[in-house]
Ligand binder design. Structure first.
Ligand SMILES: Cc1cc2nc3c(=O)[nH]c(=O)nc-3n(C[C@H](O)[C@H](O)[C@H](O)COP(=O)(O)OP(=O)(O)OC[C@H]3O[C@@H](n4cnc5c(N)ncnc54)[C@H](O)[C@@H]3O)c2cc1C
Length: 499
């Protein structure tokens, strides 16, 4: 190993924690700073009236990625937090109360397809073969840097051969005839902020990740993962400074020298890693006149993911006899039109497609006895759209709860005893996400891999990026991998540092 370095990580999201733990385990002197009062970023856990609401990610897959982080520190993940497998992965409602149980096992999936359109079973098997090919081709790149264009040239023949440049829904349409089943097998881009009708089917990779490794619930909620990571970081001698906001990344020529905080304190560093939103980092933490690439105009003209509106609510009674499972997706009838309105529109759409999380189905410990905990998520346009959220949010929250009360959870509103919501201004102001995008840059072909901001700055040789706005993209497995990539680049001998 090379010399120990003084490293400052801006942001304690999963990308920041993953890189910081790996580097602390190597003996570096690592400090994480975060502007919020608790770590985790989007995975912040809200504790209200005895309910523990996970603020963001709920679907956990690929446990090996978590295990690797603990192994890098000579520890076992099970000693920090436990994961329980979930099946069905998702219960997907068609808007008329009929649902599809999306299971791990192929025979179970075929049985579900039978209920909708038996003739689609054959097409589904062909489709699965293709997704496995996509997975095999691209999975090796998910935890490797993408610093050079020649790597793009290496993957392009595969992209073309497999048609993986096609929009996900169109891809699925080639194999599946039933309209609802097409939605079922093409929704995965939504998990990373992409429109299923536009996002290239390379991202079907995510679907196969889930099948390969399963979907898990973190006992005690995703907050227990954040706690496990911060405990490990602390044991390794790392420093976590909360309520501490970076104001400027200090630069000198083609190097960074540290971070200046909002309160004026300067933290010197041999290496700076930004886990803050990549667009925000360039636009707000590095003065435009010091940047050779990524002018404000270039940043603003990029395409940004949707934002989200999430309502967290706890009820004083259980809803055990409801049709709901742990992870539920409620698809609207005019789905394609709704997606267009969310991703390209300028107004808040009338229609609703929702993800409804009911974790007390699997874990009663996160709510007071006899109570149920939920969160409901609606995709909404990001802050480029002309929506006055200050005037809109309360009414929008009521609309969503009224919809759930009418269709899924009788007497809901009179039973709520804990409630909180987040809206696009939360993403913009609290999480510092440019345009309030919930998943940073859209996962398009021209904003993926080499074309996404690199894990090491092209200009400043000791500045690194982790998190959703950099390679390999948004979602927990991806941002944890970005942390691995950055940590490996930082410790790589100079002659191997060019991948
Ligand atoms: C509601 C929701 C549900 C989701 N569901 C899933 C899911 O089920 N499964 C899945 O895999 N993914 C899911 N995702 C996506 C996933 O949560 C994110 O892609 C991932 O957590 C982002 O991690 P990150 O490393 O980019 O950091 P973030 O979580 O974005 O954290 C960045 C941190 O940087 C801090 N920061 C910013 N600016 C500064 C500054 N100037 N100074 C100091 N600190 C600063 C912020 O306070 C924040 O803590 C979901 C996202 C959301 C919002």
């Amino acid at each position: 190993m090379g010399q120990n370095k003084k490293i400052v990580v801006i942001g304690s999201g999963f990308g920041g924690l993953s890189s910081a733990i790996r580097l602390a385990a190597k003996g570096h002197d690592v400090t994480i700073i975060d502007k919020r009062d608790k770590p985790g970023g989007r995975a912040y856990q809200y504790e209200i009236n005895g309910f523990k609401f996970d603020g963001g990610p709920t679907v956990i897959t690929a446990p090996y990625i978590f295990d690797e982080i603990f192994e890098a520190a000579g520890k076992k993940r099970d000693d920090y937090f436990r994961l329980s497998e979930l099946d069905p992965f998702y219960r997907i409602f068609d808007g008329n109360g009929k649902y599809f149980d999306y299971m791990r096992n192929e025979e179970d999936v075929l049985r579900e397809i039978d209920k909708w359109n038996p003739a689609d079973k054959e097409g589904y098997l062909k489709f699965t073969k293709r997704t496995i090919e996509i997975f095999k081709l691209f999975h090796p790149y998910t935890d490797k840097p993408f610093l050079q264009f020649k790597n793009m040239l290496k993957i392009m023949p595969g992209v073309i051969r497999l048609g993986a440049y096609m929009g996900t829904h169109s891809y699925v349409k080639r194999y599946i005839k039933n309209d609802f089943l097409r939605k079922v097998f093409s929704f995965h881009p939504l998990l990373i902020g992409g429109n299923p009708f536009d996002t290239p089917s390379i991202y079907l990779l995510i679907m196969q990740f889930e099948k390969e490794w399963g979907i898990y619930y973190a006992n005690g909620g995703v907050g227990s993962i954040v706690k496990g990571f911060t405990r490990l970081f602390d044991e390794l001698g790392g420093t976590l400074l909360l309520n501490t906001e970076a104001d400027r990344i200090l630069t000198q020529g083609n190097q960074v020298t540290g971070v200046r905080l909002k309160n004026g304190t300067e933290l010197e560093a041999d290496v700076v890693i930004s886990n803050a939103d990549a667009a925000f980092t360039y636009r707000n933490l590095i003065p435009e006149e010091s940047r050779k690439k990524y002018s404000n105009r270039q940043i603003d003209r990029k395409s940004y993911s949707s934002s989200l509106f999430v309502v967290y609510f706890g009820t004083k009674k259980r809803y055990l006899d409801s049709k709901l499972s742990h992870h539920n997706i409620i698809v609207s009838k005019a789905y394609k039109k709704l997606m267009k309105q969310i991703f390209k529109g300028t107004k808040l759409p009338e229609d609703l497609s929702l993800y409804l999380h009911m974790p007390t189905r699997s874990d009663e410990s996160i709510a007071p006895e006899g109570c149920e905990l939920f969160y409901v998520l609606a995709l909404v346009p990001n802050m480029k759209a002309n929506i006055d959220w200050e005037q809109t949010s309360e009414a929008y929250k009521d609309k969503i709860l009224a919809f759930l009360e009418k269709n899924y959870l009788p007497d809901l509103r009179e039973n709520i005893i804990a409630e909180h919501y987040i809206d696009p201004p939360h993403f913009q102001k609290t999480l510092n996400s440019h345009y309030g995008a919930a998943f940073s840059f859209t996962p398009s072909l021209l904003q993926s891999a080499y074309f996404r901001p690199h894990n090491r700055s092209e200009q400043f040789k000791n500045l690194y990026f982790v998190g959703a706005g950099t390679h390999p993209g948004a979602g927990v497995p991806a941002v944890l991998s970005s942390g691995k990539i950055a940590a490996e680049l930082i410790d790589a001998p100079t002659n191997q540092n060019k991948r």
